[in-house]
Design a protein around this ligand. Structure first.
Ligand code: GDP
Ligand code: IMO
Ligand code: MG
Length: 423
């Protein structure tokens, strides 16, 4: 296996965690390089469910190394909880299989509080964030006032700096009419979590280069999706990091010349959590999927908005990320459909568009042009190889790949590791 960047090519929750877990079998190191615990990656192994937020999904396979890179924002309390939770599920998490960059920025309790207060202040114009403090953390990183993981190694100095940041945030929270954070209680909890994290810290850039100089293969696990990218997404209804392929390089300190392949993950339809435009959104499809108990968020439990597959978006994701191959998940979600719509272009007034407009108002006025495909109306969840899939299902998958200008690489027909078809 080559060094591969895996990105979400829609609005997140494409099934990245599941595909990473599958591919980790032939990889040596799995790297997270952006986002924070806003991510929720669900992986099901032997019927047991694991939800990863900050730790790469590679952790579920023994003998594999996981790295949390410099571009990730880390809430130490959340990460300490995640490590403990995995250990309780019988997963080994030690500095021998997890290394955390000492340059990653820290999400503090004040960032969580500010995230929520800002959403309240926005009222109807809210973004619908996960409330995990992601925006305020990246804001402070860019403003050069943030705290980094490396500072946890000097607990005394860190305690003083944490207090400074919390006092400053409380000033802002009070000005916004929001509840200030309890500095003593929050600091105590944060410093306790810092102790759990400290042994995992190191220079991940040097570590990764030493690994890649050998015969090792790296997988870069994207979080969120292309249209949540701070530059290329539906701004301002986006997250605060670069979720596209370039983010994997800056967020890990691995140069583009080391990357051999970009794999775009998509659902066979589309989902989105939070506010913002979604041209192919379809209430009926949403009601149907929710009725099956599907499409509830792994991080916040919110019902995901659902819609038809949007080839206009995925085509655009193809050029922004340089996608070589597609992994299509949740194909089984469409198993009982009589007919399936695919958006092949947008109509904006009289104009036909092949790419989504960057202007949000224009995007909101776009009307999807659909092509309708016959459903296969049979169960795909036991399919083990391409030939096991019903002909109409194969035709649908080939069509969405062609419309997206990409090659089909992987097809997923269920949440389990074994429900994956490598083409
Ligand atoms: P991620 O954030 O991209 O890793 O995706 P999530 O884990 O948030 O959401 C994807 C959901 O779909 C999870 O509940 C997965 O267990 C599930 N999933 C992934 N692939 C498939 C599939 O092919 N079929 C079904 N039924 N579920 C899938
Ligand atoms: P994974 O990695 C889906 C969405 C939020 C909101 C916007 C900004 O599981 O695919 P933030 O908390 O990041 O400031 O929220 O981004 N969002 C996600 N949607 N999957 C995710 O991650 C997401 N992470 C953030 O719902 O619309
Ligand atoms: Mg998710």
């Amino acid at each position: 296996m080559a060094n591969t960047i895996l990105v979400g090519a829609q609005w997140g929750d494409e099934g990245k965690g599941k595909i990473i877990d599958f591919l980790t079998e032939t990889a040596d190191v799995v790297v997270r390089s952006q986002g924070g615990n806003n991510a929720g990656h669900t992986v099901i192994v032997a019927g047991k469910k694991y939800v990863l937020h900050l730790i790469p999904s590679g952790i579920l396979r023994r003998g594999k190394m996981c790295v949390i890179g410099n571009g990730v924002v880390i809430d130490a309390v959340s990460l300490a909880g995640e490590i403990e939770g995995l250990r309780k599920q019988g997963i080994r998490v030690t500095p021998r299989n997890l290394m955390i960059s000492d340059c990653a920025h820290l999400t503090l309790p004040s960032h969580r509080a500010l995230d929520r207060a800002k959403e309240v202040a926005k009222g109807a114009g809210k973004i619908g964030t996960t409330g995990r403090g992601i925006g305020p953390t990246y804001s402070e990183k860019a403003a050069r006032t943030g705290l980094r993981t490396g500072e946890l190694l000097n607990p005394k100095r860190f305690a003083a700096r944490l207090r400074e940041r919390l006092v400053e945030a409380n000033r802002q929270l009070k000005a916004m009419g929001a509840q200030p954070v309890n500095i003593a209680a929050e600091s105590r909890q944060y410093l306790a979590a810092a102790k759990v994290i400290a042994p995992f810290l190191g220079n991940t850039v040097v570590f990764l280069h030493e690994m890649l100089d050998g015969e090792t293969h790296a997988l870069f696990e994207g979080a969120q999706g292309t249209f949540l990218d701070i530059d290329h997404g539906t701004y301002p209804y986006v997250t605060s990091s670069n979720t596209t392929a370039g983010g994997a390089c800056t967020g890990s300190g691995v140069g583009p010349n080391r990357i051999h392949k970009v794999l775009g993950t998509i659902k066979a339809y589309t989902t989105r959590v939070g506010e913002g435009p979604f041209p192919t959104e379809n209430q009926e499809l949403g009601d149907f999927l929710h009725g099956l108990g599907r499409e509830f968020g792994a991080t916040t439990g919110r019902a995901r908005r659902c819609g038809w597959f949007d080839a206009v978006c995925v085509r655009y994701a193809g050029i922004v990320n340089g996608i070589d191959e597609l992994a299509v998940t949740n194909v089984d979600g469409l198993d009982t459909m009589k007919t399936i719509n695919v958006c092949v272009a947008y109509k904006l007034g009289k104009k036909r568009l092949d790419h989504p407009p960057t202007d949000l108002d224009a995007l909101a006025r776009c009307v999807p042009v659909y092509e309708t495909f016959p459903g296969w109306q049979s169960d795909t969840t036991a399919a083990k190889k391409w030939a096991d899939l019903p002909p109409k299902c194969r035709a649908y998958l080939q069509a969405i790949a062609k419309l997206s200008n990409a090659k089909l690489g992987i097809v997923s027909v269920g949440p389990g590791r074994e429900q994956t078809i490598l083409l």
